[in-house]
Design a protein. Structure first.
Length: 227
């Protein structure tokens, strides 16, 4: 099931920033207020969005570290993803077009595994993932272009025993929504856009990369507030 805001379909610059986008999503997720649902942010861009959702709805916040495997010549483009539990998936349909050798791919996987392990250690320490067998996991990022990385994150949460996985993203390409919707119980996305050209950043008036230091600061602030 997909839940959107039809008045925002195919529009750009609909959110001031990631925090406002999270507040919009929180209103859509009102039914989870004060529940046992766990909000899981995909670092880095998903953290400010997820923090706003958790704060507005009184929910616990954690992170689900996942990263795309990027091209050697373009760190913005990916051909697969690695999740926090070691799950690796390659975009088999795309690989033949890229001209990568087996060594290139193996090196990309190992580099991304190290990145995920380092980031997970930094953000979660040695804490195990909370038990999800009787909880809803609300997986949050700041947007979906292809949706491939999010699909791998969903798979990792299923492997962890999540009873119900909900995806909440402020903006997404319509094709990514179509591909991902069948893998989760509900997909919330206020701003769905179609067309041949799509950039997550175009949903926002203010856009910049979220540095790891900011991610740590947001998570620490949320932790202090809930102690």
């Amino acid at each position: 099931m997909v839940i959107e805001l039809p008045e925002l379909r195919n529009r750009v610059h609909v959110f001031r920033d990631r925090t406002e986008a999270g507040e919009v999503l929180a209103r859509m997720l009102e039914g989870y207020r004060g529940s046992e649902a766990l909000v899981l942010a995909v670092p880095a861009g998903g953290v400010p969005v997820a923090a706003a959702i958790a704060r507005e709805l009184g929910l616990a916040l954690d992170v689900a570290v996942v990263s795309k495997i990027t091209l050697p010549w373009n760190t913005e483009a990916g051909y697969g993803a690695v999740a926090f539990d070691g799950t690796v998936r390659l975009n088999e349909a795309l690989l033949p077009e890229l001209g990568l050798s087996e060594e290139d791919v193996a090196e990309g996987i190992e580099r991304t595994k190290r990145k995920v392990e380092r980031r997970a250690k930094t953000l979660r320490g040695d804490r195990p993932l909370p038990d999800l067998t009787h909880r809803t996991a609300i997986l949050v990022d700041d947007g979906l272009a292809s949706g491939f990385t999010m699909r791998v994150a969903v798979e990792a949460l299923r492997n962890a025993g999540a009873r119900e996985v909900v995806v909440a993203v402020p903006t997404a390409h319509a094709e990514a929504v179509r591909r991902l919707a069948g893998a989760v119980e509900v997909l919330y996305c206020p701003n769905i856009r179609g067309g041949g050209r799509f950039a997550v950043a175009e949903a926002y008036e203010r856009w910049s990369d979220v540095e790891e230091e900011e991610v740590e600061r947001i998570l620490e602030a949320e932790k202090s507030e809930n102690q």
